[in-house]
Write a protein that binds this ligand. Structure first.
Ligand SMILES: Nc1nc2c(ncn2[C@@H]2O[C@H](COP(=O)(O)OP(=O)(O)OP(=O)(O)O)[C@@H](O)[C@H]2O)c(=O)[nH]1
Ligand SMILES: [Zn+2]
Length: 210
């Protein structure tokens, strides 16, 4: 890895048994860090055996309190997170749970943006109308976490081309991107189609969402 940021170090590793409401169970090693570039409390979950298949699977999941915790149907973050845990546990790899709520603008700003969306703006236009970036995420801390964990070349589970682009620009060895699931419903179609329009996400939208 070759990026111009100080190296981060592992702070604590602790085992957490995971038990989901649908019955799926696995075990994660939760890892915390010292010296992350943005000072946030990002968390890594090491799942399965990352060295077993030769190519670990990695996901950078940005925090979404409403979707991840409360099951909000305005987005598909909750089902994506659930899918990622199982796929990574099966291949072996790491889920980076990044504290980048609302694509980096924070929870309250995201909810302000939701209110503007209810008046007709799309998810990116609403950020701009608030004087905030469409997508304020920087993945330097993610690169530091992968380096501290000793993850070399890996598959990146994402439909967002900016994640792979930023990591590669930081010198991270993304072998290939693997598409993450898209969980389209009538409630989140505007959110998904805005991703395709604004950030060229590789999402095949179902008929009702296109
Ligand atoms: N500002 C804003 N953020 C949103 C909105 N809906 C969801 N988010 C945030 O978008 C982020 C979704 O992150 P990710 O799951 O990494 O999704 P992604 O960037 O599309 O990338 P992939 O899922 O990897 O393809 C989370 O931080 C959510 O809180 C919205 O309407 N406005
Ligand atoms: Zn979400």
């Amino acid at each position: 890895m070759d990026f111009a940021t100080a190296t981060a170090a592992i702070r604590t590793r602790v085992t957490i048994p995971l038990s989901f409401v649908d019955g799926y169970e696995t075990t994660a090693e939760a890892v915390t860090f010292k010296g992350l570039a943005d000072g946030a409390e990002h968390l890594a979950l090491v799942l399965g055996d990352p060295g077993r298949t030769g190519t670990p699977l990695v996901r950078l999941h940005s925090e979404c309190l409403t979707g991840d915790v409360f099951g909000s149907a305005r987005c598909d973050c909750g089902p994506q997170l659930r899918e990622a845990v199982e796929r990574i546990a099966s291949q072996g790899g790491v889920l980076l749970y990044l504290r980048q709520e609302g694509r980096g603008i924070g929870l309250y700003n995201k909810l302000d943006a939701y209110a503007l969306q209810d008046d007709g703006l799309d998810t990116y236009e609403a950020n701009t109308a608030l004087g905030l970036p469409e997508d304020g995420r920087d993945y330097t801390a993610a690169a530091q976490m992968l380096e501290a964990l000793g993850i070399g070349s890996f598959d990146l589970l994402t439909n967002n081309p900016d994640k792979a682009r930023q990591l590669r620009d930081l010198g991270v060895d993304v072998a290939r991107t693997v598409p993450t699931g898209v969980f389209a419903t009538h409630s989140n179609t505007r959110y998904l189609s805005a991703k395709v329009r604004h950030t060229a996400h590789t999402i095949a939208l179902p008929e009702f969402a296109a």
